[in-house]
Design a protein around this ligand. Structure first.
Ligand code: SME
Length: 156
C-alpha cells in the first residue's frame, strides 16, 4: 500500500533542504510508481490552456501535451475535479496511452482556486483505484502544490 504519510514527510524534508518543485515532482512520481497496481504514473503541469508532461514512470506515451478539455486529463482541469475512471473503455473523451490500460485516476495538484497540474495514474486492472488511494494521493498532491504556490508567489 502506498505510504502517503511517509512520502509527504520526505517531500517536506526535501523542501526544508531547499529543493524546488522539479525535484519534488520527480520524487513523487518515482515513489508513487512503486505501488504494483499503478502501471503508469506521471505528473502533468498546466500551461496556457494545455497540460504538458513533466515526468513519468512507465511506457512512453504519445500524449506529452493535452489541451484542457481533451481526454480524461484535460477534462479534470476543465471541470476542476479529480476523476476516478473504473473502466476507460466506457469513456468517450479518452486518450489511450496503451491498449492494456483499463482504469485511470487523475488527482489535481491545486491550492484553492489555483490548479498547477495533476498526478495521472493508469492501471491495467479494471477499477483499480480505491477511495483510500484518492485520499492518499490528494495529500501528496496538496504537499506538491504548497511548493508550486510558493514558487509562483516568488516569481510574481
Ligand atoms: N489517458 C489520458 C492521457 C494520458 S496517458 O494515459 C498517459 C487521458 O485520457 O487524458
Amino acid at each position: 500500500m502506498l505510504d502517503a504519510a511517509g512520502l509527504i514527510k520526505e517531500i517536506q524534508e526535501m523542501r526544508d533542504e531547499g529543493h524546488l518543485s522539479d525535484a519534488l515532482l520527480r520524487k513523487a512520481v518515482r515513489s508513487i510508481s512503486e505501488e504494483d497496481r499503478f502501471d503508469w504514473v506521471g505528473v502533468y503541469l498546466l500551461g496556457d490552456e494545455e497540460l504538458w508532461l513533466h515526468n513519468y514512470m512507465g511506457e512512453p506515451t504519445d500524449h506529452a501535451k493535452i489541451p484542457v478539455g481533451t481526454g480524461v486529463c484535460g477534462r479534470a482541469v476543465a471541470e476542476r475535479t479529480n476523476l476516478n475512471i473504473p473502466d476507460v473503455s466506457a469513456e468517450e473523451n479518452y486518450l489511450a496511452c496503451s491498449p492494456d490500460v483499463q482504469s485511470e485516476l487523475v488527482i489535481l495538484i491545486r491550492a484553492g482556486e489555483d490548479i498547477f497540474g495533476q498526478i495521472d495514474i493508469d492501471s491495467e486492472a479494471k477499477a483499480a483505484f480505491t477511495e483510500e488511494d484518492e485520499i492518499a494521493l490528494i495529500g501528496i498532491a496538496d504537499k506538491l502544490a504548497e511548493q508550486l504556490a510558493a514558487e509562483r508567489r516568488e516569481a510574481s
